[in-house]
Design a protein around this ligand. Structure first.
Ligand SMILES: NC(=O)c1ccc[n+]([C@@H]2O[C@H](COP(=O)([O-])OP(=O)(O)OC[C@H]3O[C@@H](n4cnc5c(N)ncnc54)[C@H](O)[C@@H]3O)[C@@H](O)[C@H]2O)c1
Length: 381
């Protein structure tokens, strides 16, 4: 019989188990859980037990495990956080969902959208909630932009332009992770399109209130050789370190998205622009001049873009745009998920279903590049 989801008694905290004691857990996930008094970190697991132990000490987590199985087996855990290398996400999320846990998973759940959709269906069948690490949807500036669009600031959205560009891997000696160094190097592999494209594609769907229905795009490898973390050596890596696509939305709008990790500029390097019949909004998430986000708006009767003040209610307690984007945006993501779990209602934004749509778009752009043609969505599978 399928395990039944544990109900959380009123006033009880959401009990959290974290898989993966890596860099992103340290700078984004764990500070986010520590900041929300409605949840409690119960356990952490990593095959590198020393790292898990070090994080347990730093973040005051009582239980440490060497395997995800031991953590997921704990009956008291309500929420499993998957913050491990991307290739492990599907297996770990599937195991946690099968055990009746709510799941927060770093993107992507899986490289093929049909797998992500299967995981979303399992979550629905188990009556649990899911959330993907679509970090930038939760930036206070993006949240305010979403509210302004819902309040009809733009009128009918005509055009979306999105960028996620930074110089994280411009230096080929910076050891590259999340890549398959055994892949056939005569064929370009998806890299930036997946790792950096996903969050801005998610924002395109969110802000346009519609999804891409047809796309054409290309991927390019600009830096041929890199040091790979898994081997510690400089080697040929035919990965997409830059990509661009255009497409039509179901609504009749159109849009473009460009991503790269070899483009000079600072983290996280997002820009989302929407132009509509009544106004336009440009949100920029780039650490510059000591701040990590800005929002500008223009209206048909006031065409000069003006800085919009982001209301304080969009910031987590103690947060400001002077804070690191990693902890600031993630605090909002975690607060959103804890609210959704405790409310026990239908609310569940940025879930695996949304992730499956983004993944289908990534798979469609890859196909378009490989076959040098326009590709329609839904994809035939
Ligand atoms: N949303 C964002 O903005 C954002 C930003 C950075 C990283 N990420 C994603 O976060 C994830 C983690 O990235 P990272 O930089 O922390 O990686 P990392 O390599 O520094 O850490 C991953 C950790 O997971 C551990 N691990 C591997 N298999 C495990 C298992 N079965 N159970 C438990 N632990 C296991 C590893 O030993 C390692 O300590 C990646 O998918 C990455 O793409 C997302």
């Amino acid at each position: 019989m399928a395990p039944v989801r544990k109900t959380i008694a009123r006033g009880e905290p959401v009990k959290v188990g974290v898989l993966g004691a890596g860099a992103w857990a340290e700078f984004a996930h764990l500070p986010g859980f520590r900041r929300d008094p409605r949840c409690q970190l119960v356990a952490i697991a990593d095959p590198s037990v020393e790292r898990a132990q070090a994080f347990a000490t730093k973040f005051d987590i009582p239980h440490v495990y060497a395997s995800h199985e031991e953590l997921i087996a704990r009956a008291d855990i309500d929420l499993v956080d998957v913050c491990t290398p991307s290739a492990t996400h599907f297996e770990l999320s599937w195991a946690a969902l099968s055990a009746g846990k709510h799941v927060l998973c770093e993107k992507p759940v899986a490289y093929d959208f049909t797998e992500t959709r299967r995981a979303a269906e399992l979550a629905r069948a188990m009556g649990v909630k899911t959330k993907l690490g679509f970090t930038f949807r939760y930036s206070p500036a993006m949240q305010y932009m979403k509210e302004l669009i819902a309040a009809d600031y733009l009128g009918t959205p005509f055009i979306f332009n999105g960028y996620e560009q930074n110089s994280q891997w411009l230096d080929p000696t910076n050891p590259l992770r999340q890549v398959d160094h055994t892949a056939d190097q005569s064929v370009i592999q998806v890299s930036s399109l997946e790792g950096y494209g996903a969050p801005i594609m998610d924002l395109a769907h969110l802000f346009m209130g519609s999804r891409f229905r047809e796309v054409v795009g290309t991927m390019r490898n600009f830096i041929p050789e890199r040091v790979v973390r898994a081997t510690g050596t400089m080697m040929r890596m035919n990965i997409d370190d830059g990509d661009v696509f255009i497409g039509d939305f179901e609504s009749g709008a159109f849009g473009s998205i460009q991503t790269s990790f070899v483009t000079v500029g600072n983290y996280p390097g997002l820009e989302a622009r929407v132009y509509g019949s009544k106004g336009a909004l440009i949100c920029r998430l780039v650490e510059e001049n000591g701040i990590c986000e800005s929002l500008k708006g223009a209206t048909a009767d006031q065409v000069e873009f003006r800085e919009l003040e982001i209301p304080a209610r969009f910031y987590p307690p103690g947060g400001s745009k002077q804070e690191s984007w990693r902890s600031l945006f993630y605090a909002n993501l975690i607060s959103s998920f804890i609210s959704e779990i405790l409310d026990d209602g239908p609310g569940n934004e940025g879930n695996f279903e949304d992730g499956a749509h983004v993944q289908e778009l990534i798979n469609a752009v890859e196909l378009s590049c490989r076959e040098r043609r326009w590709v329609s969505i839904p994809l035939a599978r």
